[in-house]
Design a protein. Structure first.
Length: 185
């Protein structure tokens, strides 16, 4: 199987703050994506955040956007839309919530894995019976079904690093990130 350079595809990066920590997500777009296509991709990111807004802490805010076209050497700033619509009050929140993320993964039609994590989710895998296996299926949580539908069905299609369209799994993994766990100690 061939290796692909990180800049083989176009990428849209969204920076956000959640639970007082700075994060970013990188979404891979088709290699032929141009600057004129970024607005549609940014709208997809916002639709994804909207799909999960009932499970996202109220202090989660998109703080910036950048993009890199295929074969580019660096990310350029992009004036994407704002988002600050998390629906869960931060009062009484445990400090451990800063280390918790939902991981959305899938495979490209070429067989390569792809995905990303979203921090700032108000989920407790210990008390949520459906997440006791640290995995939320679409059939267990409507917000996961909606978020996966946005990833799978809303244009433009997201791609893996081989440039082929992603097929998203019908679940999200609930995971404490080791880096953020160490930082919270």
């Amino acid at each position: 199987m061939p290796d692909y350079a990180p800049n083989y595809t176009a990428r849209l990066r969204v920076a956000y703050t959640a639970v007082g920590k700075n994060h970013h997500m990188t979404w891979r777009l088709a290699p032929d994506t141009g600057p004129a296509d970024l607005a549609v991709a940014a709208d997809k990111v916002v639709a994804f955040f909207d799909a999960l807004s009932t499970q996202v802490w109220g202090d989660t805010v998109i703080t910036g956007w950048s993009y890199q076209l295929a074969d580019g050497a660096f990310f350029l700033p992009y004036g994407g839309p704002a988002w600050a619509d998390g629906g869960v009050s931060a009062s009484g929140r445990s400090p451990s919530q800063a280390a918790l993320a939902l991981g959305f993964i899938g495979r490209s039609i070429g067989g390569l894995r792809g995905g990303f994590f979203l921090y700032g989710v108000a989920i407790n895998p210990v008390t949520l019976a459906t997440a006791s296996d640290f995995r939320l299926h679409s059939s267990e949580a409507a917000y996961i079904s909606t978020a996966v539908a946005v990833l799978a069905d809303t244009p433009p299609p997201l791609v893996a690093n081989d440039g082929n369209d992603m097929i998203w799994y019908e679940y999200a993994n609930v995971k404490y990130n080791d880096y953020w766990v160490r930082k919270s100690r």
